[in-house]
Design a protein around this ligand. Sequence first.
Ligand SMILES: C[S@@+](CC[C@H](N)C(=O)[O-])C[C@H]1O[C@@H](n2cnc3c(N)ncnc32)[C@H](O)[C@@H]1O
Length: 248
Amino acid sequence: MTLIKVNLCSYLKNTVVNVIERGVMTQELWTEVDRYITDLLVPADPVLDATLAASHAAGLPPHHVSPNQGKLLMLLALINRARTILEIGTLGGYSTIWLARALPVEGKLITLESNPKYAEVARNNIVRAGLAHLVEVRVGRAIDTLPKLATEGYNQFDLIFIDADKPSNPEYLAWALKLSGRGSLIIADNVVRNGSVIEPNSEDPSVQGVRQFNKMLAVEPRVSATAIQTVGNKGYDGFAIAVVTPED
Ligand SMILES: C[S@@+](CC[C@H](N)C(=O)[O-])C[C@H]1O[C@@H](n2cnc3c(N)ncnc32)[C@H](O)[C@@H]1O
């Protein structure tokens, strides 16, 4: 163990020295540190590995969160003692499984996915993970399925994870506010977009969607929010995290 630590430290030291000498952070370093964190703190998990393998075999794009981001989501749900979770953007159910693992036995997670094929892959993955009793996958454009949740009486999800089509983020935030209450967490992935989030005149609808979403967070009196930059094997991006605060 000590030997591994020493080798790892000297590897990192050399890498960091290289980076400082070159004056740039590299994808290579981010990936190595991501691997180091994942190996140390997010042990290999056959269920999650099978989820990614099945998603890949079914031809789904690799747009899932990374293992340590998935664990971060689970930890945030645990910290908030979430009993009900809403996810917008299921893909193969990888982040869904991380989040559902934080739920108590009587908990509930509803995840929204527009692509029926992806939803089917996700359902199978969720069954394999032994979480089918907690998770419901709803198929349809989120902008159509969100209002239905409201009519069904959902108004207090403890955690809402927004991770679908980014141009719609402002609408998803408006819905998240309708479907949450005091103490709820609202989390959104991909809010930095390789740094392009700081380009006010970007013609990329995803950048504009994220910029508007971030601006809404800034002026919304019902939330206290921040965003953190993330680097790793998924490149350079970020999470926005908001907590719904008491209204005055
Ligand atoms: C980034 S992926 C989600 C990744 C997933 N949260 C994870 O980390 O494992 C985005 C997903 O949102 C879905 N999506 C895109 N537009 C949507 C919409 N209008 N309504 C619902 N889902 C949508 C895509 O089909 C895709 O599966």
